[in-house]
Design a protein around this ligand. Sequence first.
Ligand SMILES: Cc1cc2nc3c(=O)[nH]c(=O)nc-3n(C[C@H](O)[C@H](O)[C@H](O)COP(=O)(O)O)c2cc1C
Length: 191
Amino acid sequence: MVTARAPDGRPLGLTVNSFSSVSLNPPLILWSLSRQAPSCPDFCRATHFAVNVLEARQHHLSRQFSTPLPDKFGGVEFADGPARVPLLTGVIALFVCRKVWQYDGGDHIILVGEVEHYKYNEGEPLVFHSGRYRIATRHLRYCGMTRAGSRELGGSRQNCDNAPQGGPASPLDTVWVPVLNTRPSHATRRS
Ligand SMILES: Cc1cc2nc3c(=O)[nH]c(=O)nc-3n(C[C@H](O)[C@H](O)[C@H](O)COP(=O)(O)O)c2cc1C
């Protein structure tokens, strides 16, 4: 989920799976935005955005924010973060970014953000693969279990427990993790 604040103060949010890491130093990430999305002009004008990584049970939020609705944030718990960017409650990671580049990406616009604030909680991420919501499971090769359940590869069953547990606290209860950036800031460039 990417969120931002429109120039007129409205909260913006849409479900994305185009999120990707770009650089560690400076810390840069990207996502791509459909030119057809009703919220495209507002996202392109926003100076900051946040990537909210949904927890496995937050599939209803993914559906809500991938549907064009007049009030996308109806019934959704969120709080203002740095630069007044709306931050969803209960997510497992948050990246608050200053938008530094905007590139032409065909029928999408590629937005690159410099991570200014980052925090995370324990929890399992929501996965979207082959048109379905899923939960991530550890690879059999690395959790010590063969398909038949034997322990030929070493490791312990405890490490294979993939069920979402307990649920994370509000991301706002955790502290921001310092981000590494030893290089000067980029100027914002628009496409
Ligand atoms: C799993 C999933 C991933 C999506 N990824 C993207 C994406 O990366 N970029 C994008 O522009 N739209 C993506 N969409 C579609 C938008 O979420 C959807 O068009 C949304 O309604 C746009 O927000 P808006 O109506 O407020 O403009 C995705 C939808 C789903 C269900």
